[in-house]
Design a protein. Sequence first.
Length: 331
Amino acid sequence: MAVTVEVEGLRKDYGPVRAVDGLSFSVEEGEVFALLGPNGAGKTTTVEILEGYRTRTGGEVRVLGFDPATGGRAFRERIGIVLQEAGMDPELTVRELVEMYGGFYPRRLPPDRVIELVGLPDKRGARVKTLSGGQRRRLDLALGLVGDPDLLFLDEPTTGFDPSARRRAWELVDRLRSLGRTILLTTHYMDEAQHLADRVAVISAGRLVALGPPERLAERVDRGGGVIAFQLPPKVAVGDLPRLGGEVRGEGGAVEVHTTRPVADLHALTAWALERGVELPGLRLERPTLEEAYLALTEGEAGAGARGGGAAGDRDGGAAGAGGTAGEGDD
């Protein structure tokens, strides 16, 4: 498969401070690639170098075959950028704005097709100032897509969204993946990265500390294979449970079995329950998550902000491109 982004030994210094320190990774064509890291880890600087809006101190970078620092218009015509915040004329309609942005590119998608793709067909004639936050965010994406980019940069695409709006945004990214778009995503939502990304790169203090599929990184957290969790049935004590291979912990009727052999222990538990005709309420097997791996890899750095609920990103540079203020909902 062709490589869209190649980074080798990337360095960026701000005076005596080294923000990016020997970073190396690649992004394949058609891949959704997530760049993760605490605030101040260097991911914003890295992305802005890839976009061509910030110069590097050292190392090699190729994006779509170009050096972003010297690629000029030929390079910029092939990328789309969706920032967290950017200005839009509030008096223009959705279609007018998409059509205007499309006019900047020699290769562009039909405005109505893009508006349909991002789920705003009923708003094509609405003025920007009348849109909700979630609708403006979808318009941001439309502006990033109208130039038919080979590579799309998404910066914290769902910050501030409610759960329903986030799910719809995820469906849109999945749809773009099916169309063969290459996407480089930054996010503080670990569930978002786990759901969307084919691979993730975790950056800490300007260095790459982990790279791979989300599930592989999650497996690096040593939790002994998994945790079997359930509630004790009525009139049953922890001591009544069958002999299990893992460590059994019980408190207030809630039981956790920390095991290195989850299949065998699950079989023993369910066979025991069936023999006695009892249920095990809430029975589930919990595997290590990307969030746990991320926190372990970054060692809880200040400002990490990586929880299921997430936090706002750290975009601080002057990159230009389509973007908008993230809203709180979608309706």
